[in-house]
Design a protein around this ligand. Sequence first.
Ligand SMILES: *[C@@H]1O[C@H](CO)[C@@H](O)[C@H](O)[C@H]1NC(C)=O
Ligand SMILES: *[C@@H]1O[C@H](CO)[C@@H](O)[C@H](O)[C@H]1NC(C)=O
Ligand SMILES: *[C@@H]1O[C@H](CO)[C@@H](O)[C@H](O)[C@H]1NC(C)=O
Ligand SMILES: *[C@@H]1O[C@H](CO)[C@@H](O)[C@H](O)[C@H]1NC(C)=O
Ligand SMILES: *[C@@H]1O[C@H](CO)[C@@H](O)[C@H](O)[C@H]1NC(C)=O
Ligand SMILES: *[C@@H]1O[C@H](CO)[C@@H](O)[C@H](O)[C@H]1NC(C)=O
Ligand SMILES: *[C@@H]1O[C@H](CO)[C@@H](O)[C@H](O)[C@H]1NC(C)=O
Ligand SMILES: *[C@@H]1O[C@H](CO)[C@@H](O)[C@H](O)[C@H]1NC(C)=O
Ligand SMILES: *[C@@H]1O[C@H](CO)[C@@H](O)[C@H](O)[C@H]1NC(C)=O
Length: 586
Amino acid sequence: MKFFYKALPVFWMLSEGVLAGPWSAWMPENIVAFEGTCVVIPCRFNYPEELRPSVVHGIWYFNSPYPKNYPPVVYKSRTNIVHESYVGRTRLTGDLNSRNCSLQITRLSPELTGKYYFRGDLGGYNQYTYSEHCNLEIINQPSIVTPPEVLEGSEVELRCVVPDNCPEMKPIVSWSNHEGLKEYSVYGQVEEEGSTWSLISTLKFLPSRENNHQELACKVTYINTTFEFDAYSALDVKYVPRIVQANSSSEVIQGSPVVLVCTVDSNPLALISWLRDDDVLYEAQGGSLTLHVENITYLQDGIYTCVAENIYGKENHSLALTVMYAPWKPIVNGSVVAVEGDPVTILCSTQSNPEPIITIFKEKKVMKTVVYSNQLALEFASVTHEDDGEYWCIAENQFGQSSSPFNLTVEFAPLILTESKCTAARDTVQCVCAAKSNPEAVIIFKLPSRNVTVNETDREFVYSQRTGYTVTSILTLRGEVDSQLYIVCSAKNFYGTKDQQLHFHHSNSLMWAKVGPVGAVVAFAILIAVVCYVSQTRRKKNMNENSSFMQTENPPVIYSGDYKTPGNLEKSEVLTKGALGEAEIQ
Ligand SMILES: *[C@@H]1O[C@H](CO)[C@@H](O)[C@H](O)[C@H]1NC(C)=O
Ligand SMILES: *[C@@H]1O[C@H](CO)[C@@H](O)[C@H](O)[C@H]1NC(C)=O
Ligand SMILES: *[C@@H]1O[C@H](CO)[C@@H](O)[C@H](O)[C@H]1NC(C)=O
Ligand SMILES: *[C@@H]1O[C@H](CO)[C@@H](O)[C@H](O)[C@H]1NC(C)=O
Ligand SMILES: *[C@@H]1O[C@H](CO)[C@@H](O)[C@H](O)[C@H]1NC(C)=O
Ligand SMILES: *[C@@H]1O[C@H](CO)[C@@H](O)[C@H](O)[C@H]1NC(C)=O
Ligand SMILES: *[C@@H]1O[C@H](CO)[C@@H](O)[C@H](O)[C@H]1NC(C)=O
Ligand SMILES: *[C@@H]1O[C@H](CO)[C@@H](O)[C@H](O)[C@H]1NC(C)=O
Ligand SMILES: *[C@@H]1O[C@H](CO)[C@@H](O)[C@H](O)[C@H]1NC(C)=O
């Protein structure tokens, strides 16, 4: 024992497999075996040559090297007395005389986990417990060793490590649930480490994102036994984000709510962003990102991109969002005030999507139209007063219509309208002069034969009224009228003056004027005769009103040579002879 204590520090540092000298032993530090199976702890020991023992005995202790602690005896060569846990379970496979202390333990159970010490017994005091010992570990599942990172597309190897330390029971290792792995292969190999053995089954494959979370199993069985030990490993395959679902380009109506969804498959979770024309609108980490636009406007028209990114890479998807809207109120631009004869261009422009049909109307009449254009030009090479008026520019597409009125104002010199004329009645001459112009004309009546002009300031003779661009002046003369009388209407504005002689509207009046006073007397005599004749005929016909009366319903006038001058106006006397004028005749 004395020797034992002295020897201990000396032999403490034994390198594995090498017996450094007397009183040294070698056995693996750790050994692993499956529950229910067996294990052989390889062991060698040494002692000083000079002892030359006749017989070598040995003892295996559990958990303590010191006999005085009464550790459980695992095996004893001198007697068969062992601790009850080891009865029938242990056997020395080595030959102690050959300094081989290898120990087999069968039907392993978890409580046998612990340290195993060998004690050599060479007779007498030459007993020695070697400090080298073996840790037995009893397990019930193999271990699957996975690489720290499993990346899509990079080949990986999964190892299922199975202790194989009992020659009597050889493990069989297999994989399951590995069907469907890309380019997989399985191969087995045996590895030795410090005289302990492992059977390693390696599963090699090319991982893909579909394999993420796939649970692989490694199974260990033994021939002619029901033992089965399983280990499971769920794959954590890392991969670049992939956009699995996102909207495609579409047309939306302005004002409507728009929802864009981007669904991403990625491990680890991606940072998803929605961008519009390179501006980030919204981003968050997750499996999908929804962009809500409550009320889309044309300003939000553009290219929308969903970008998904994690540390392994990124992917994007773009779509065009086209915002459709009704035309804006057209803007009318151009010269809307012009002088007759000028060239005029009026531009009506708007904005819409799709482009509108633009029509320019004037009083319900289509002036010009254009299809799918944002503007329409109405052109007049030379504008006339007839072009003056109210116009509408109307823009329309399937989403609505919008219109703007505009007035084209044409300024023009006076025009004397055809209704301008004089009408003579019994002792009155009424002359109407209507002139159209812009700006409004000033009308003057000229009576050259009397060296007189008159205008509306003479309310006694002239009355005027205005409608739009038309000024109508009515000259009323009473009393005698001379045959020389002729009346000129003169209309004037900034752009010019128009003079026109006013005709007496009845053709007979001209005839009477030419025939003169003598002729008139003759004619008057004839007329009397005719009247008498007619009167007689009438009586005969019982006052039958016939068509001959109708022909002469407008009375002719006769102008007398004399006139008086009441006030400043030389008033003419108008002699009226209704050919059939009842007031005269009857
Ligand atoms: C010890 O004995 C075992 C079992 O008989 C044997 O397998 C092993 O090879 C032996 N060791 C040495 C070093 O001879
Ligand atoms: C398994 O059992 C069969 C019959 O029971 C026997 O022939 C065979 O040798 C055994 N195999 C092993 C490895 O023990
Ligand atoms: C985008 O896709 C989502 C889900 O499929 C759908 O609800 C939404 O209406 C789509 N948005 C557009 C603008 O098409
Ligand atoms: C949509 O936006 C427009 C312009 O910003 C606004 O005039 C309109 O009231 C909004 N409509 C709704 C339903 O919010
Ligand atoms: C989208 O991907 C393409 C090609 O990978 C790249 O050129 C482009 O810059 C990306 N767009 C964005 C907004 O990230
Ligand atoms: C009409 O609009 C055009 C551009 O659309 C502009 O160049 C021009 O100056 C405008 N004319 C007037 C009279 O406003
Ligand atoms: C066009 O003229 C009419 C009649 O003078 C007027 O009522 C209308 O307001 C004018 N419209 C525009 C756009 O100036
Ligand atoms: C008309 O008046 C002008 C001058 O005011 C005069 O010279 C002319 O002789 C007159 N003519 C007649 C017919 O009275
Ligand atoms: C209209 O007549 C009055 C009186 O005779 C005269 O003073 C005025 O100048 C005339 N106006 C025009 C436009 O000729």
